[in-house]
Write a protein that binds this ligand. Sequence first.
Ligand SMILES: [Zn+2]
Length: 359
Amino acid sequence: MSIRTDPLTALPSPLRLCTGCLLTVSLLSGCGGAPQQETVDSATRPSANVAASVEPVPDAMSASPSVFPLPEPASVRANELGDIPVLMIHQVEENARGDYAQTPEQFRQSMEYLATHRYVPVTAAELVTGDLDLPAGTSPVVLTFDDGHPSQFRLLPDGTVDPSCAVGILMSVAEKYPGFRAVGTMYVNERPFGRSDPGPELRWLASHGWEIGNHTAHHANLGALDTAGVQAEIGELHLLLAEELPGYQVRTMSLPFGIMPDDPAAAYRGTWQGVTYSYDGVMLVGAGPAPSPYSKDWNPFAIPRIRSWHGSIDLDEDYWMPRLEHTRYISDGDPHVISYPRTLGVEPAPHVAAQLHPY
Ligand SMILES: [Zn+2]
């Protein structure tokens, strides 16, 4: 059990206590007062402090429920029917060329923008399963990396992450901004990260909270194949991942070129040479934010993405991120309740009716 120290959780409200709070409230009242925001560094905190279990750094995805009373949704502008940016990232390298490449410095600046604007990375699998347990006042962002380019992820000979690759940059940003998670989803093809033996890379990612998704074996145009061909492309890559990561469950895929097959269901469900795949989400290429997974507009099998790009391309990250300030998903801090302003004008999905909390 941890106590969150996010200042936005400072407003107690009996109506917003989650299940674990009751125990804590009695603990705190026994200490003779209202909850204090604990900001003492663990290195300087007196060992006799009764709040010894207080962690100075809030973990954005720490196990809920929070032990502090949650704030009123309105006080953090909670909007869990709001839009979620799913960024589509390709090469991250110096001397980047082409419409899809960016420099490491540009990528770092993107991540710093997200961290300083109260975004918290989640994986595509967490998005499609609606498993969004974020601190009150923060917003999810999904970082998706296509094509398994070596600039996205490299291990050094000693097994540590190359700090100059995208994952290494993300880790350094997460270290600088506690609560910002260094996770995302890697959509790979048959030679992930340029490696003929990608086992160490895939295992590292899977064991550090990253999701690995299917981007087909040969980066195929699925619109040009019949259904058997589509299933072969997806099934072959599915088999590769199953062999490298026994027991790992692949949850989502991204369409090469954003092209849907003639039978859209073949993108997420099929069989090839005895290999069966069944996914919960399909990523498109363009060109805007995704609806909340709790909104009526949500379709997990056609999730729009925003191209991570900085400049002249229409509808890219630099275009969308400022515009999302007024429509973005903002967490209320309670994963069991879906809070949103009554005036929002977004219709909730029928399956979440029992969890809704309009204000
Ligand atoms: Zn691709």
